[in-house]
Ligand binder design. Structure first.
Ligand SMILES: [Zn+2]
Length: 150
Protein backbone atom coordinates (compact mmCIF):
# COMPACT_ATOMS: atom_id res chain seq x y z
CA UNK A 1 0.00 0.00 0.00
CA UNK A 2 2.47 2.61 -1.20
CA UNK A 3 0.01 5.48 -1.50
CA UNK A 4 -1.29 4.87 2.02
CA UNK A 5 2.24 4.48 3.36
CA UNK A 6 3.18 7.90 1.97
CA UNK A 7 0.26 9.47 3.85
CA UNK A 8 1.19 7.97 7.21
CA UNK A 9 3.72 8.97 9.85
CA UNK A 10 5.08 5.42 10.06
CA UNK A 11 4.00 1.88 9.25
CA UNK A 12 3.56 0.69 12.85
CA UNK A 13 -0.22 0.57 12.50
CA UNK A 14 -2.15 -2.60 11.77
CA UNK A 15 -5.64 -3.19 10.50
CA UNK A 16 -7.78 -6.27 10.59
CA UNK A 17 -9.95 -6.85 7.53
CA UNK A 18 -13.03 -9.03 7.55
CA UNK A 19 -14.99 -9.41 4.31
CA UNK A 20 -18.00 -11.39 3.29
CA UNK A 21 -19.05 -11.77 -0.34
CA UNK A 22 -22.48 -12.86 -1.47
CA UNK A 23 -25.26 -12.35 -4.01
CA UNK A 24 -28.52 -10.94 -2.73
CA UNK A 25 -32.06 -11.86 -3.78
CA UNK A 26 -31.96 -9.19 -6.52
CA UNK A 27 -28.88 -10.91 -8.03
CA UNK A 28 -26.62 -8.07 -6.94
CA UNK A 29 -23.13 -9.24 -6.00
CA UNK A 30 -22.14 -7.51 -2.81
CA UNK A 31 -19.52 -7.28 -0.13
CA UNK A 32 -20.04 -6.64 3.56
CA UNK A 33 -17.19 -6.19 5.92
CA UNK A 34 -15.26 -4.34 8.56
CA UNK A 35 -11.83 -2.79 8.65
CA UNK A 36 -10.60 -2.13 12.18
CA UNK A 37 -7.27 -1.34 13.81
CA UNK A 38 -4.96 1.65 13.98
CA UNK A 39 -2.91 3.76 11.62
CA UNK A 40 -0.15 6.13 12.73
CA UNK A 41 -0.50 9.62 11.28
CA UNK A 42 1.32 12.89 11.95
CA UNK A 43 -0.36 15.44 14.21
CA UNK A 44 -0.45 18.71 12.27
CA UNK A 45 -0.07 20.74 15.46
CA UNK A 46 3.00 19.12 17.08
CA UNK A 47 4.23 17.00 14.12
CA UNK A 48 4.52 13.98 16.44
CA UNK A 49 3.14 10.55 15.50
CA UNK A 50 -0.43 10.00 16.55
CA UNK A 51 -2.40 6.73 16.57
CA UNK A 52 -5.67 6.90 14.68
CA UNK A 53 -8.32 4.31 15.46
CA UNK A 54 -9.74 2.78 12.29
CA UNK A 55 -13.31 1.55 12.20
CA UNK A 56 -14.80 1.27 8.73
CA UNK A 57 -18.01 -0.53 7.86
CA UNK A 58 -18.16 -1.69 4.26
CA UNK A 59 -21.33 -2.40 2.39
CA UNK A 60 -20.61 -2.36 -1.32
CA UNK A 61 -22.54 -3.60 -4.32
CA UNK A 62 -20.52 -4.40 -7.44
CA UNK A 63 -21.84 -2.79 -10.61
CA UNK A 64 -20.48 -2.36 -14.14
CA UNK A 65 -21.21 1.35 -14.72
CA UNK A 66 -22.77 4.53 -13.35
CA UNK A 67 -26.19 3.70 -14.84
CA UNK A 68 -26.31 0.41 -12.98
CA UNK A 69 -25.08 2.21 -9.85
CA UNK A 70 -28.25 4.32 -9.78
CA UNK A 71 -30.41 1.23 -9.39
CA UNK A 72 -28.57 0.00 -6.33
CA UNK A 73 -30.83 -0.16 -3.28
CA UNK A 74 -29.69 0.97 0.16
CA UNK A 75 -27.87 0.08 2.32
CA UNK A 76 -25.27 -0.67 -0.34
CA UNK A 77 -22.88 1.80 -1.79
CA UNK A 78 -22.26 1.11 -5.46
CA UNK A 79 -18.73 0.11 -6.39
CA UNK A 80 -18.09 0.45 -10.09
CA UNK A 81 -15.92 -2.37 -11.36
CA UNK A 82 -13.81 -1.00 -14.20
CA UNK A 83 -11.46 -3.93 -14.47
CA UNK A 84 -11.46 -7.59 -13.54
CA UNK A 85 -10.17 -9.09 -11.34
CA UNK A 86 -10.85 -6.58 -8.58
CA UNK A 87 -7.69 -5.97 -6.60
CA UNK A 88 -8.84 -6.30 -3.00
CA UNK A 89 -5.66 -4.73 -1.67
CA UNK A 90 -6.21 -1.60 -3.80
CA UNK A 91 -9.81 -1.44 -2.71
CA UNK A 92 -8.95 -1.61 1.00
CA UNK A 93 -6.17 0.94 0.49
CA UNK A 94 -8.69 3.28 -1.14
CA UNK A 95 -11.05 2.90 1.83
CA UNK A 96 -8.23 3.61 4.30
CA UNK A 97 -7.14 6.70 2.34
CA UNK A 98 -10.72 7.98 2.39
CA UNK A 99 -10.83 7.39 6.14
CA UNK A 100 -7.79 9.61 6.82
CA UNK A 101 -8.76 13.03 8.16
CA UNK A 102 -7.73 16.02 6.02
CA UNK A 103 -5.91 17.49 9.02
CA UNK A 104 -5.02 15.03 11.77
CA UNK A 105 -4.57 16.50 15.24
CA UNK A 106 -4.31 15.14 18.77
CA UNK A 107 -7.02 16.22 21.15
CA UNK A 108 -5.53 19.42 22.60
CA UNK A 109 -5.33 17.89 26.09
CA UNK A 110 -3.23 15.02 24.69
CA UNK A 111 -1.05 17.04 22.32
CA UNK A 112 2.62 17.60 23.27
CA UNK A 113 2.23 21.10 21.77
CA UNK A 114 -0.51 21.96 24.29
CA UNK A 115 1.68 24.16 26.53
CA UNK A 116 3.00 26.07 23.55
CA UNK A 117 -0.50 26.66 22.16
CA UNK A 118 -1.78 27.89 25.54
CA UNK A 119 1.18 30.27 25.99
CA UNK A 120 0.91 31.66 22.48
CA UNK A 121 -2.74 32.56 21.94
CA UNK A 122 -3.38 33.34 18.28
CA UNK A 123 0.12 34.49 17.35
CA UNK A 124 -0.96 35.38 13.79
CA UNK A 125 -3.39 38.06 14.97
CA UNK A 126 -0.87 39.92 17.15
CA UNK A 127 1.62 39.92 14.27
CA UNK A 128 -0.98 41.57 12.02
CA UNK A 129 -1.72 44.24 14.62
CA UNK A 130 1.97 45.15 14.97
CA UNK A 131 2.21 45.52 11.22
CA UNK A 132 -0.84 47.81 11.10
CA UNK A 133 0.57 50.00 13.85
CA UNK A 134 3.78 50.45 11.91
CA UNK A 135 2.10 51.25 8.63
CA UNK A 136 1.39 55.00 9.19
CA UNK A 137 5.08 55.63 9.86
CA UNK A 138 6.24 53.85 6.77
CA UNK A 139 3.72 55.89 4.73
CA UNK A 140 5.18 59.11 6.22
CA UNK A 141 8.69 57.93 5.45
CA UNK A 142 7.71 57.33 1.83
CA UNK A 143 6.19 60.83 1.53
CA UNK A 144 9.34 62.43 2.94
CA UNK A 145 11.67 60.64 0.59
CA UNK A 146 9.50 61.42 -2.47
CA UNK A 147 9.41 65.18 -1.48
CA UNK A 148 13.17 65.23 -1.23
CA UNK A 149 13.45 63.88 -4.74
CA UNK A 150 11.46 66.85 -6.23
ZN1 LIG B 1 -0.12 16.80 18.55
Amino acid sequence: MKRLGAALSDDAGQVHVQLEFNIDSMDVPFLCGKVTGTMVVECQRCLEPMPLAVDIDLSLAFVRDAVAAEGIPGPYEPYIVDSVPIMLLDMIEEELLLFLPAIARHELTECPARDWVENHPEPEDSATQTEERQNPFSVLANLKSSNKGK
